[in-house]
Design a protein around this ligand. Structure first.
Ligand code: ARG
Ligand code: GLU
Length: 755
């Protein structure tokens, strides 16, 4: 008895420390989180956050093209997301004459808003638990394969039925807690989403890769779009006759500012996390996998960086590839440090010990007491093959550009072998065109150098049934590799000057040449090896691991019935909540929660590739011309809070205690990026642009005050009892050309709260 009592005490203390962790399912907030959120300062009801039969905040949150989040901020479908989320759209409209990436862009009227084919914004209609329907017919005694096939059939039936009944909606079935729970999610997908505005990259990407994942931060990472619909307010492909979408709800923007301790919540679509790994696998990640992947990317990043610094062409060709590669590379490094600094492995091992003790104390869990040990063994068993997997992903797929590109030629070769003249010709023409596009952003010497430096890491790592080409190279020994690799590039037909011409003229001959080239052969062999040897080898272990993980989270929930559990992120809508909070990163290093324009100026390096600034911003700073957005003569820029977020939460609205927009999420602080595996509220922080900075840039720098007029601004801190309205004269201090005569008058509400 005493033992259980101590366990419970430890648990309750643990619970309080963990109170802010989690990415919660909106439809379960009323049940799981609401009182905790209220205790932390939330002032609105759970129904105002999520409801199905009436409008709620969820109706203002959109999944932006599947990878980011955005929010609706006017009754006319105005949408806010990050600059890095809208980057490719901004880029696609940029030309040398109208360089929107460099100079920024503001549509002066609705007719100047720019359509983007392929871009969509999805709004969630309903989240419904269908676990019983999906699991019907499966039993605990079944094998994983049997269970899987039953689930597949049930899922197909369920999705088919739902779709037939609701042709206007899209349905998605998602599994949670490793297949313990299934949710059917319906959404409305809008496909006419137009670019409205973006700041210059010197603001939207200020600090670029040097400042990425860094706090204190000074980036105005936002861009604006508008969702359009047909005359019935329904989704429609782009058409001139479409009209601005009228959302069921749009967010009010609060410009009163934030202070330490303020309640915040983030509503968005986090991509993926690993919160229920045993300590051993977290250790594998930070001791084996991350260092291995970092080692490969170190090579790539050093080679790219050296060339980009001296070669303008390479800089243009490789800027976004570099950003992509360095983004994860930097995060992996941060994870290693964060796990160490928070003593996470020890904490997790203690929790596992506690779990085991609970299993021993609770009769129905007695068979689960060795679950963690079993998982440990399987995770350890898959280390070598998992490293081979990362070797291929990092080297053969993401690392060496030519290797990935030449995989496109396999159909050409098939058609040539089948002597299908017509298909061969069509494919050759397609590939010739594709090669042109590829070469535009390709530097042959640079890629060859990358290959010489990273292919050896692959060759050293692959031990499981290597194919013929790899085995030959391995037998030759590493001394010969640099020369062999260089030759492979020099002999390859792809980079010869007349390649595209020849391919079109003489596809059969070229197909043969390609098929016989070492570069193609090696790349194809590595690709097949990845699927046929590595993934096939990992599959049975992974199935076993998944089954144990599923049992583990179920057992955890039984062992600790008072604790609320949240499922790993999986690109579904979630709510995270926390507080604006400064933090101590290391001994004697304390970070404030808010940054100001002064800090932007401190980092300014005229003419620099990462830290240059538009003259107009400097002028505004010198004149302290901040309009209604400043605070005691200072212009706020970014702030941090303890919300639990991850990739995919970019562009997510950050709301105050009243559900009003105060920030735009775009990053996490370096010290706490291990939060995908282990969240520690003492140093895990999400990074947001202060909405006041967003409005300041739109209004004062962009001169687009007509857009601000369309929004609902309130200026009262949630702690104040009486709220003031923001006068429209105050709001748009710079009057510029009126946007669109047809637009609705801004609705501004005066709110009084009696206490
Ligand atoms: N770290 C942020 C995220 O994970 C921003 C990435 C874009 N910026 C960059 N410099 N790579 O997406
Ligand atoms: N920048 C990330 C994104 O694009 C968000 C940062 C994070 O991983 O928390 O989603």
């Amino acid at each position: 008895m005493k033992k259980i009592f101590t366990l419970l005490t430890v648990l309750v203390i643990g619970l309080q420390l963990q109170a802010k962790e989690g990415m919660w399912l909106p439809h379960l907030i009323a049940q799981l989180n609401y009182s905790d959120m209220q205790r932390m300062g939330l002032q609105i009801s759970a129904e105002e956050i999520y409801a199905v039969n009436k409008s709620s905040l969820k109706d203002a949150v959109v999944h932006f093209n599947g990878g980011c989040t955005g929010e609706l901020i006017s009754s006319q479908g105005l949408l806010l997301t990050n600059h890095h989320c809208g980057y490719s759209q901004i880029q696609s409209h940029s030309t040398k004459e109208n360089n929107y990436l460099e100079d920024g862009f503001w549509a002066a009227s609705r007719s100047e808003e720019l359509p983007n084919s392929g871009l969509y914004a999805a709004i969630i209609r309903e989240i419904k638990d269908v676990s019983n329907e999906i699991l019907e017919g499966s039993t605990p005694e079944m094998s994983e394969e049997e269970r899987d096939s039953i689930i597949k059939v049930n899922a197909q039936n369920l999705l088919g039925e739902a779709q037939a009944k609701n042709p206007g909606l899209e349905f998605e079935l998602k599994d949670f807690f490793f297949g313990n729970q299934f949710l059917l999610i319906s959404k409305v997908k809008y496909t006419d989403v137009r670019l409205v505005g973006a700041p210059p990259s010197s603001i939207g990407k200020y600090g670029k890769d040097t400042d990425n994942w860094v706090w204190p931060r000074h980036t105005g990472d936002f861009s604006m779009f508008r969702v359009y619909a047909n005359a019935d307010n329904q989704p429609a492909e782009y058409s001139e006759t479409n009209v601005p979408y009228k959302p069921a709800q749009h967010l009010k923007i609060n410009i009163a500012g934030v202070k330490e301790g303020d309640f915040t919540m983030v509503y968005g679509f986090p991509g993926s996390t690993n919160q229920y790994l045993p300590a051993s696998e977290v250790a594998n990640t930070v001791n084996e996998y991350n260092p291995f992947r970092i080692r490969i990317r170190d090579q790539i990043i050093n080679i790219l960086d050296a060339k980009m610094r001296v070669d303008e062409d390479a800089r243009l060709q490789y800027a976004s590839k570099f950003a992509r590669s360095s983004n994860s590379w930097k995060r992996w490094k941060g994870e290693i440090l964060g796990i160490k600094r928070t003593n996470a492995l020890e904490v997790l091992r203690q929790e596992e010990k506690l779990f085991k003790q609970m299993c021993e104390a609770i009769p129905e869990l007695k068979d689960d007491k060795d679950l963690v040990a079993k998982m440990d063994a399987l995770y350890a068993k898959r280390i070598p093959l998992t490293k081979e997997r990362f070797a291929y992903i990092e080297v053969g797929y993401f690392g060496i550009e030519a290797f990935r590109h030449v995989l496109n030629y396999s159909n050409l070769i098939k058609h040539a072998e089948a002597e299908d003249e017509e298909a061969l010709k069509t494919e050759a023409d397609r590939l010739a065109k594709r090669m042109e596009g590829f070469l535009k952003d390709y530097d042959y010497d640079l890629d060859k150098q990358v290959a010489i430096n990273i292919l050896p890491i692959y060759l050293e790592t692959i031990k499981t049934n290597p194919g013929e080409e790899v085995r030959e190279l391995q037998e030759e020994g590493s001394d010969n590799w640099p020369e062999e690799i260089a030759e492979m590039y020099e002999d390859a037909p792809f980079f010869k000057e007349d390649f595209a011409e020849e391919l079109k003229k003489n596809p059969a001959k070229m197909a043969k040449k390609i098929a016989e080239s070492d570069l193609y052969e090696l790349s194809l062999e590595m690709y097949s090896h990845y699927f046929e040897v590595i993934n096939a080898g990992l599959k049975p272990i992974n199935l076993e691991i998944d089954a144990l993980q599923a049992r583990y989270v179920k057992a955890l929930q039984r062992a600790f019935p008072k604790k609320s559990f949240y499922p790993d992120a999986n690109s579904t809508l979630r709510v995270a909540y926390g507080q604006v909070k400064s933090y101590e990163a290391r001994d004697a290093v304390k970070y404030e929660a808010q940054t100001y324009l002064k800090g932007v100026m401190e980092k300014y390096v005229p003419g620099d590739y990462e830290f240059d600034l538009p003259q107009k911003l400097i002028d505004l700073y010198e004149a302290k011309d901040y309009g209604p957005y400043g605070e005691n003569g200072k212009m706020p820029v970014c702030f941090v809070a303890t919300n639990h977020t991850t990739g995919g939460n970019s562009g997510s609205p950050v709301l105050n205690a009243r559900g009003e927009l105060i920030g735009l999420n775009f990053d996490r602080a370096w010290d706490g990026v291990m939060s995908d595996m282990y969240f520690d509220p003492s140093i895990c922080r999400n990074v947001m642009v202060d909405l006041r900075y967003v409005l300041f840039i739109i209004d004062k720098l962009g001169g687009a005050s007509y857009l601000v007029e369309e929004m609902d601004l309130v200026r009262h801190h949630p702690d104040e009892t009486v709220t003031k309205k923001v006068e429209s004269e105050e709001k748009s201090s710079v009057k510029t050309k009126a946007a669109d005569k047809t637009k609705a008058e801004p609705v501004m509400e005066v709110q009084y709260r009696e206490n």
